[in-house]
Structures are given as C-alpha cells and as structure tokens.
Design a binder for this molecule. Structure first.
Ligand SMILES: Nc1nc2c(ncn2[C@@H]2O[C@H](COP(=O)(O)OP(=O)(O)OP(=O)(O)O)[C@@H](O)[C@H]2O)c(=O)[nH]1
Ligand SMILES: [Mg+2]
Length: 191
C-alpha cells in the first residue's frame, strides 16, 4: 500500500481539496493518533510521534493508495497551550466538521486507561453532528492487564454510550485492533 503525506493546514483555506473518502483521527493530545496511523499503515515514520504532547498542531492530510484520505487532527486538552492557540484550534476543528464534504468516517481515540472527559465528549458531539459513521478506538491497550482492560472497557462504554462490542481495543505497540479498524475503513464511502 502506498501512503503519502500531502500537506499540513494551519487554516481552513489550506485544507486539501479532494473528492476521496476521508477518515479523520481525533483525540486528546498524546492519546496516540499519529502512532495509530503509522501502525495501521505499517509505516514507522510516516507521521511524527511526539515525546512532548501537543506535537501535532496542524491538520495533516495523507493520501492512502489514492483510495482514501487520512486526516490527523491536532490533539486537544494539552495544558501548556495558550488561550489564543486553543481558540484557533477550536475554529479549525469546528470548520473541519462543519464543511468537510468528503468526510466518510470519524475515528475517536480514547486512552483505555482514562475516563473520557468533557473535551472527549465535545469532540464526539462534533463528530456526531455529521451523519457519518463514528468508531471509538481505545488506545494503548498494551499498558493494561486483561482484568484492568475489561474494567475500563465497561466504564468507557457507559460514559460514551457505545456498546462494548463496538469499541475497538487498540495498541500501536502490538498491533491489536488493526484488523478491526481496517474493516471499518473498508466499509466507507461518500454518499
Ligand atoms: N505503549 C504504548 N504507547 C503508545 C501507543 N500509542 C502511542 N504511544 C506513545 O504515546 C506517545 C504519544 O503518541 P502520539 O502518537 O504522538 O500521540 P498523538 O495523539 O499523535 O499526540 P499529539 O500529536 O500530541 O496530539 C508517544 O510516546 C507514543 O510512543 C500504544 O498503543 N502503546
Ligand atoms: Mg500526533
């Protein structure tokens, strides 16, 4: 599979112009968005992975086999971000979900170890405001024991009101969940 970085956008005018079905990845800063994209494409360094949270500040567009566009959205909830930056992030995201015509699938990433917070719930609402499928992916599953995982899956499922069976448990380290993610992606189309 050919995966290629196309462009980074700091403002809506710079968003990629395309008719391909687009899959967006969003979640808290440091949740593992960039790592997930690398992992499902089997490309170690296609997307920069940060040691410092808040690494991805721009909307990054990738062309996947001229079949899909993957969009890595900038993370939210990073404390050391100025008010102005937060506001510009908000505008960018709002615009993205309001106007992205080719949006075909939203992927909400949640750290399996955390209870989704207000920011996560707001992101989910933004995604739901569009009538496109939404999948919730619980990242960093390698960090928990099976017991702890089961507990967290239940808590998160109740909080975000998505049945447990529909949550995708994922690890960029082990590749767990990769197949399920591709199953969802391959169902996408733009109506
Ligand atoms: N153990 C483990 N670590 C992970 C996993 N996914 C990501 N990480 C680590 O978590 C940190 C953040 O990962 P990124 O992929 O940069 O996260 P991001 O969501 O893109 O972060 P921002 O771009 O800052 O919003 C990095 O140190 C990754 O190596 C995972 O599945 N398992
Ligand atoms: Mg990132």
């Amino acid at each position: 599979m050919n995966a290629e970085f196309i462009l980074s956008a700091a403002k809506p005018e710079q968003f990629l112009k395309t008719d391909l079905p687009e899959i967006c990845f969003a979640g808290r800063s440091n949740v593992g968005k960039s790592s997930m994209i690398n992992r499902i494409l089997d490309r170690k360094k296609l997307v920069k992975v940060g040691n410092t949270p808040g690494k991805t500040r721009l909307v990054n567009f990738f062309n996947i086999d001229s079949k899909y566009i993957f969009t890595d959205l900038p993370g939210y909830g990073y404390a050391a971000v100025s008010k102005a930056e937060r506001a510009s992030w908000g505008k960018l995201i709002e615009y993205y979900f309001a106007h992205r015509k080719n949006l075909a699938l939203c992927v909400l990433l949640l750290d399996i170890r955390r209870i989704p917070n207000d920011d996560d719930m707001k992101m989910m609402e933004a995604m739901k405001s569009r009538n496109v499928p939404l999948i919730a992916v619980l990242t960093k599953s390698d960090k928990l024991s099976n017991n702890e995982k089961a507990k967290q899956i239940k808590i998160i499922s109740e909080k975000i009101q998505i049945p447990k069976e529909n949550l995708i448990v994922f690890s960029s380290m082990t590749g767990q969940g990769k197949k399920q993610v591709w199953q969802e992606i391959s169902k996408t189309s733009i109506s």
